[in-house]
Ligand binder design. Structure first.
Ligand code: FES
Ligand code: FES
Length: 212
């Protein structure tokens, strides 16, 4: 069943973001048009409002998507590139479910426009390992039973990967700090922390290893 977020607009019950914007007033529209005019006069590139082609570097490959400029990186990944590992949960940068690596740094992809990601290296959880070739970190999640519903897990795996690449031997406090932006509604934190510390004791904890 499709998740309500698996579309690019926000239509649905109640006042949608689109409806709100439509009714927000002539003043805002006028001032926005004035801003566009100023940008054009200054030679700045103005995208949209219709779909525009973008080339994103995702998991080592150049991928082209045609999306409206308001589309977030998360929705471009999920809805246009079929990379559904990153989850849309809060859609406001508060839960970490949508974490991806942006030039190696963990970011909330729900807070970034796809257009702003052009020219940067995006790495999603799909590139960090597969069931046949998990990284020691992913294997430690499995062994520590560090998930219940699993919805938060991709975000934790991406954030933990970034953490271990920077700090190969984190203390428990450092693990907690590194994962502070990720929320697990099932409350599996202690097992997630255990998995990260267990993986830290292996060599190359974030490199996928082919398993028998
Ligand atoms: S969906 Fe992006 S931080 Fe929650
Ligand atoms: S395992 Fe369910 S939200 Fe974390």
């Amino acid at each position: 069943m499709p998740h309500p977020s698996d579309k690019d607009d926000d239509s649905g019950p109640g006042v949608s973001r689109r409806t709100f914007l439509k009714t927000a007033g002539v003043g805002a529209a006028a001032s926005s048009l004035a801003g566009v005019a100023i940008s054009q006069a200054a030679g700045a590139k103005v995208l949209g409002p219709g779909p525009v082609p973008l080339t994103l570097k995702v998991n080592g490959a150049a991928r082209t998507v045609t999306v409206e400029p308001r589309v977030t990186l998360l929705r471009a990944l999920r809805n246009h590139l079929d990379l559904t590992g990153a989850k849309e949960i809060c859609d406001r940068g508060a839960c970490g479910g949508c974490t991806v690596l942006f030039d190696g740094e963990p970011i909330a992809s729900c807070l970034m426009l796809a257009a702003d990601a052009e020219g940067h290296e995006i790495t999603t959880v799909e590139a960090l390992g597969t069931p046949e070739a998990m990284s020691p970190l992913q294997a430690a999640f499995v062994e520590a039973d560090a998930l219940q519903c699993g919805f938060c897990t991709p975000g934790f795996v991406v954030a933990s990967t970034a953490l271990l690449r920077k700090n190969s031997n984190p203390t428990l406090e450092e693990v907690k700090d590194g994962l502070a932006g990720n929320i697990c509604r099932c409350g599996t934190y202690s097992r997630v922390f255990e998995a990260v510390q267990k993986a830290a004791r292996t060599t190359a904890p974030t490199r996928p290893v082919k398993r028998g």
